[in-house]
Every structure is written in C-alpha cells, then in structure tokens.
Design a protein around this ligand. Structure first.
Ligand SMILES: Nc1ncnc2c1ncn2[C@@H]1O[C@H](COP(=O)(O)OP(=O)(O)OP(=O)(O)O)[C@@H](O)[C@H]1O
Ligand SMILES: [Mg+2]
Ligand SMILES: [Mg+2]
Length: 475
C-alpha cells in the first residue's frame, strides 16, 4: 500500500519581552531558581493577572507578518490540567477567540512555491520547569512560569518532513526578523509540536494523528517526522491501527516513543478567564504596528535583487538572517561594490565566523573594515590573494586594511619594470615551456603566471602580469 503523509505544526514562540505576560517579573533565562517570581506567577491566593501590552503588540506583529487577520476582540481562556510545574492548576491561553486567524506562509518546494495555511496564533503563558535528581528528589523552578508565548498553529497542509522544515525555517526567520523572539532554540525559545498522520494514497480522509511534543531543532524535526511516518506506515501494513497519542522524540536513538495515549488525554475544560477583560484592539493600533513593521525577509530578498543586482542565490543567503543582511548592506554601501561585498561576506567572513563559533553581530571585522579591504582590491592596490592575508590580519589584530598593507609593504606592484625583469628571468630559465607555448600549447600560460606571481611574492598586479606575459611570450 502507498501512503500519503499529512503534517501540521504547532509552534511555540517565546516572546522577547523584558517582563512576563501577566506580572512584572523578569523573563531572563538562567537566573537562580525561583528568583524571578511573585504572587501572580506563583499563583498565590488573591493575586490577579494584568496583561503585558507588549505581548499583544508582538502578537499583532506576528499576525500581520504571516498574513493573518487580527481579531478586534479576543479573549483569554483557562486551560485546566494538573502538573507540578503549573501552580494555578490551569494555563492562561486563548481558545475559541484567539488574537490572529487564517494566515499563510509560502514555502519553496523544489522550484515551486507552496502555500501553508496558518489556522491561528494565540497568546499564552509558559509553565515552570521541573528539575530532577537534585537533593535526592525533584524540584520546581517557576522562573519560566508566566513567560509569554505565541502558539502558531498550522493547517495540516504539509506532506513531507522537508516541507515541514521549510515552513518552520520560514516562520523562524520571520519572528527573528521582527525581533519578537531571540530564536535561541537550545534554550527552547522556538520549539514545535509535530502532528503526523498517514493515509492511503487517494483516500481523501486523513488518518489518525500522533503529536510529537517539543522538538527544538530543525534537524530533530526532520528526523522525528520521518521516523513517525515510517512507523505509522509499517503499523498499518502489519494490520495495526494508529492511535491518537502524544509522543516524544529521543534524539539519541532517533525514535519517537509514546508519552500518553488518548485515554489519558486531558480534558482541558476550557472556559473564559474571569480575571482578564477581553482584549480590544483598535484599527489605529493595528495600523501603527503595521507602519512600524521592519522589512520582512521576502521584501528584503527582492530588494537585494533589484537594488544590488545580486544573483538569487546570494540574495537568499544574505537575507537568511537580519544581522547578516545588515552587515552586508553596510559593507556594500561603504565600498560601493555589492557583488564583492556579497562574496566576502558569504565566503571568507562566514567561514571565519563559523570556524570560531562567533555570531556576525560580534564579528571582529566590522562592515567598514571589510569595505576598506574591498576598496583596496578594487583600486588595484592589492590582489585577491594578498587580500586574504590582510583579512586574517584584520581578524586577529583589528586596524585598517590600508594601514596593514602600508606597514607590511603588501601593495601590489604595477610597475612594469619590476614585472618585466621577473618575466625575462623566468622565460630564460624555462625555454622549453616557452617553445611549447609558441608551438600552440596555450595551457602553459598559466604556468608562467604562477611563476611570475611567485617571484613577485604574490604582489604583482595580475592584469599587468597577463598583458606583459602575452607580449613577451608572443616573442
Ligand atoms: N489528521 C491529521 N494529521 C496531521 N496533522 C493534523 C491532523 N489533524 C490536525 N492536524 C494538525 O494538528 C494540529 C492541532 O493543533 P491544535 O492546537 O488545534 O490542537 P491540539 O493539538 O489538540 O491542542 P494542544 O494545543 O493542546 O496541543 C494542527 O497543526 C493541525 O493542522
Ligand atoms: Mg495547540
Ligand atoms: Mg497540540
């Protein structure tokens, strides 16, 4: 039997606000356990939540950027369940009236684009965290309790693990561009629940879904979904039935395991939270947020194509993150050579940053410094080969490219006299190759260029070397 997989994602986006969603406690990660707490997030009797306006603004931004409509009135609801990391016994979330509805994102599938529907985006609070194995038991850390989250729920529109990853990456790119999420997946700031089912090809009725909880890397999402698809197909072929359940992905073994089945599924008994008034959003507010939205990745990509005449590949790589795009633009505008800036940023700079595990925001070579180096190449002062050495020097010691070239005497020799002398000597020492070249073996030309460059310690102007060599070899 052939099966068609069906995938829908629920993504939890942790919002980059200073304080929690319903109280003034700090959201800082890594503080001493239970330091960032107060009667509201500890759920002490009588404490009342007050909504953080920034959370609503961030939700509107996310909704607009994902083509959703913003609900002018939306309400918070209590999602009831018991777990020791949830002191109130319910999570404040949104249920039937969420803040954003009916959006979509377009993803690239091969050379086509595919539209993935976004059912809803709602605001909610995070739970605390259990810390096991300390002092012989388990402890609870409520620093995270009340941290603001957006849950972005997709339609079951994806058909392969790769489509799911493409959607996830697109969403990640958008929320980090918007600056509403720090994007730190290891710390759980962007994590997803993957819903997976399979149906016989052509059946038209979706199969029963399993939900893989809290996957926090693109690689794991792909592995988890692929494993789950294979598991369900095999199960059905063996005459079994997929049961609706929650599963966990084990990244070490690459398998998913049942966590709880439908029988143990929660009845959340959702109802409107009587402690919070409805959120009313005016048209003016939406307009203001819309006007202040930063340039989004797709728009930036298209602008890079037209404004800098970059190839699609370059524009795609350079707009993959906002700091990378900003770095490129500053460099390109300073050196006035966009393609060279693109090559250096995607090549030498990215390689050095990766090798040293440094984020581009902390690059030891600034856009202006790199632009200075590119100007020296464009002006014919140094060759590309020497430029790589200068870059290394900039990376290690800072300073300015022009000063380094000057101090170390790296400027390229365009003086024809010095180059001619070198050519004459090399031709005299390699008469055999000279004859071969004159006999029609053009390839030998490269040999001569190499020899001359070597003799000139890489500092000869390549264009001048080429011209002179052609003249002299022609005899
Ligand atoms: N048959 C199916 N196969 C795969 N995915 C599905 C299927 N049916 C629904 N989905 C996806 O499952 C997800 C359901 O998320 P939703 O938040 O609506 O409910 P939930 O998972 O029941 O609730 P909770 O937020 O408590 O986890 C959506 O992303 C939807 O696209
Ligand atoms: Mg959900
Ligand atoms: Mg779910």
């Amino acid at each position: 039997m052939r099966f068609q997989p069906v995938i829908g994602l629920e993504v939890h986006v942790q919002l980059k606000t200073d304080s929690k969603i319903f109280c003034g406690c700090s959201t800082r990660f890594g503080a001493e356990p239970n330091l960032n707490t107060c009667p509201v997030c500890l759920a002490l009797p009588g404490a009342l939540p007050v909504l953080n306006q920034k959370v609503v603004e961030f939700a509107i931004m996310a909704g607009l950027a994902t083509n959703c409509s913003i609900s002018p009135t939306n309400i918070f609801a209590r999602k009831n369940y018991f777990y020791p990391d949830l002191p109130k016994g319910y999570q404040i979330s949104q249920f039937d009236l969420p803040i954003c509805l009916a959006g979509h994102l377009d993803i690239a599938v091969g050379d086509q684009t595919k539209r993935i529907g976004i059912t809803r985006i709602h605001m909610e609070e995070d739970a605390g965290k259990l810390v096991h194995g300390q002092g012989g038991g388990s402890g609870v850390d409520l620093n995270r309790a009340g941290t603001p989250l957006l849950e972005v729920v997709s339609e079951p529109d994806m058909r392969t693990a790769d489509e799911a990853v493409a959607y996830l990456k697109k969403l990640y790119q958008i929320v980090t561009y918007l600056g509403i999420c720090d994007g730190n997946m290891e710390e759980g700031s962007f994590r997803c629940d993957a819903n997976v089912s399979v149906m016989p090809v052509g059946s038209g009725t979706f199969g029963t879904r399993a939900e893989i909880k809290n996957v926090n890397s693109f690689k794991f999402v792909k592995a988890a979904i692929e494993y789950e698809i294979a598991r369900q197909c095999e199960l059905i072929e063996d005459g079994g039935k997929v049961v609706q359940e929650t599963r966990l992905f084990d990244p070490n073994k690459g398998v998913t395991r049942s966590m709880r089945g439908k029988e143990e599924a929660h009845d959340y008994r959702y109802f409107p939270d009587p402690d919070l008034v409805p959120v009313v959003i005016s048209d003016d507010w939406i307009k203001r947020v819309k006007n202040e939205l930063p340039e989004l990745p797709e728009v930036k990509f298209n602008r890079f194509l037209t404004e800098y005449s970059l190839p699609e590949y370059d524009a795609d790589v350079l707009t993959s993150s906002r700091p990378l795009a900003d770095y490129f633009e500053q460099c390109a505008q300073t050196c006035n050579n966009a393609k060279a800036a693109a090559n250096w940023v995607m090549g030498e700079l990215t390689r050095s940053l990766n090798d040293n595990g440094i984020a581009i925001e902390d690059s030891p070579v600034s856009p202006a410094q790199l632009a200075g180096l590119i100007k020296l190449i464009d002006g014919g002062t140094i060759s590309g080969t020497i430029a790589k050495k200068v870059f290394e020097d900039l990376w290690k010691n800072g300073g300015e490219a022009a000063a380094i070239v000057e101090q170390q005497g790296l400027a390229q020799v365009s003086d024809t006299g010095a180059i001619e002398t070198a050519i004459d000597q090399i031709m005299a020492a390699n008469m055999g190759q000279v004859e071969e070249y004159r006999g029609g073996k053009d390839k030998v030309f490269g040999f001569f260029v190499g020899q001359v460059m070597k003799a000139m310690k890489g500092k000869a102007n390549p264009a001048v070397v080429n011209d002179l060599l052609k003249q002299k070899l022609a005899g």
